[in-house]
Design a protein around this ligand. Structure first.
Ligand SMILES: Cc1cc2nc3c(=O)[nH]c(=O)nc-3n(C[C@H](O)[C@H](O)[C@H](O)COP(=O)(O)OP(=O)(O)OC[C@H]3O[C@@H](n4cnc5c(N)ncnc54)[C@H](O)[C@@H]3O)c2cc1C
Length: 384
């Protein structure tokens, strides 16, 4: 490993998908001496614990647009990063269980189509054509977008980081940022477990720990970490390629390329915190739900379970860009359950705004932290 640097042009805190993708996009710009500081290992945070789902079927225009632009980038990335990522457009089936829910979905679909997304409303019978083994007993209908899909989160995280390093980015793992240093209303650097780095620019991409990291610079960020549990089953012959989601049943699951089913839910009543233990209650609830939706999974064994953190913002949308009054500090956090899928677009926007003070983009501006004072963004409803 290289000597620990005393100075940098930009320090990125966190080596998850957000930190790695920003490092890569920045490395293509005219900025040298970019340092990524990661307290554990690349992908050890939420990214390596996530479901790998990618969808543009959201309830807010900001998320729809960011996700659609990310899908365009995902299509290019295997070649651009010269890496296998297991990216696949298998589609997302979002199940409705009542007329009220279906009406909400119709509104979403209208807005999504306005932004150019190819999405359709299906009847229960049409839903069964996509996944013949699904039990449609309690299904009123569904929405379907065939360009939604999935990716292997480790592979894309590693690919971004490797390509960033090939372009000169320095990575220091097992190195924790203890505090962000400030003076005269601007960033001066970071203090870490391996020494101080002076830098005029710091990016907070610390995932579930972003609120804590921001507080070391005196910022009171509206972010809370929440544990989310997930499981994987043994391999079975692949019988569907898409993600299946139900907000009513609070569940999502897909069959990964090797045949295992990977799925999770939000634990009702989960309190904020950074614990990532996993428990038996989740296993029982998930098994019942999986058996309900796909009765043929009845005898399939669960191989492992784990948990990770959602970094929740008040409206379940990311917080991006600079903050007024602290020059050189940039947020890229608060991604809730959708940071992996938004990373390709967010990283391009972040690299542009970090390197060009005159850069402006309507989505970036609407997702600034000042929106909570201005009240300009609606709450994202389509979350598990
Ligand atoms: C169970 C589960 C399922 C999910 N499913 C999906 C999905 O299907 N699709 C999707 O798009 N998203 C999903 N998500 C959300 C997604 O995982 C996150 O939004 C995304 O990974 C956030 O990336 P990140 O880089 O911001 O955070 P992380 O991957 O957590 O990276 C942050 C990094 O910062 C490091 N760090 C923290 N503090 C410090 C410090 N002080 N100093 C140095 N380093 C520090 C951490 O060690 C960590 O590696 C899921 C999340 C969970 C938990």
């Amino acid at each position: 490993m290289a000597d620990f640097p005393k100075t940098a042009d930009c320090v990125i805190i966190g080596g998850g998908i957000i930190g790695a993708s920003i490092a890569y996009e920045l490395s293509k710009k005219n900025i040298k001496n970019i340092v990524v500081v990661e307290k554990n290992t690349v992908g050890s945070g939420s990214t390596g614990r996530c479901g790998g789902g990618i969808r543009a079927q959201w309830s807010t225009p900001e998320n729809v647009k960011l996700a659609m632009a990310s899908v365009k980038r995902f299509r290019e990335l295997e070649e651009e990063l010269a890496s296998v990522t297991e990216y696949e457009e298998g589609g997302y089936l979002i199940l409705a269980h009542s007329d009220t829910e279906m009406n909400q979905f119709r509104e979403n679909v209208l807005m999504q189509k306005k932004h150019g997304l190819e999405v359709e409303i299906l009847t229960a019978e049409e839903t069964k054509k996509i996944v013949p083994l699904i039990n449609t007993e309690k299904i009123t209908g569904a929405t379907w977008c065939s360009t939604d899909g999935s990716i292997n989160p480790f592979l894309i995280n590693f690919a971004y980081m490797k390509n960033a390093m090939d372009k000169g980015v320095s990575l220091f793992t097992r190195t924790e940022v203890l505090s962000i240093k400030t003076g005269d209303s601007k960033i001066t650097g970071v203090s870490t477990t391996r020494g101080e780095i002076s830098s005029p620019v710091v990016v907070n991409a610390a995932g579930g720990y972003a609120g804590f990291v921001g507080s070391t610079a005196g910022l009171n960020l509206p972010l809370t970490p929440h544990r989310h549990e997930i499981l994987a089953t043994e391999q079975v012959n692949r019988f569907f390629r898409n993600m299946i989601m139900s907000f009513e049943y609070n569940i999502y699951f897909r069959q990964v390329k090797d045949g295992g089913i990977v799925g999770g839910q939000t634990n009702p009543g989960e309190k904020p915190g950074t614990e990532v233990n996993s428990g038996i209650a989740f296993l029982k609830e998930m098994s019942v739900k999986l058996n309900h939706f796909i009765p043929a999974l009845g005898n399939v064994k669960i191989l492992r379970q784990w948990a990770g953190l959602y970094c929740m913002s008040p409206d379940a949308q990311p917080i991006l860009g600079e903050i007024s009054g602290l020059a050189g500090y940039f947020h890229a956090c608060g991604f809730s359950g959708h940071g992996l899928m938004l990373a390709p677009r967010v990283s391009v926007l972040m690299a542009n705004t970090i390197t060009d003070p005159s850069f402006s983009d309507p989505d970036l501006e609407r997702l600034g932290i000042d929106r909570f004072e201005k009240g300009i963004v609606a709450h994202e409803k389509s979350v598990v």
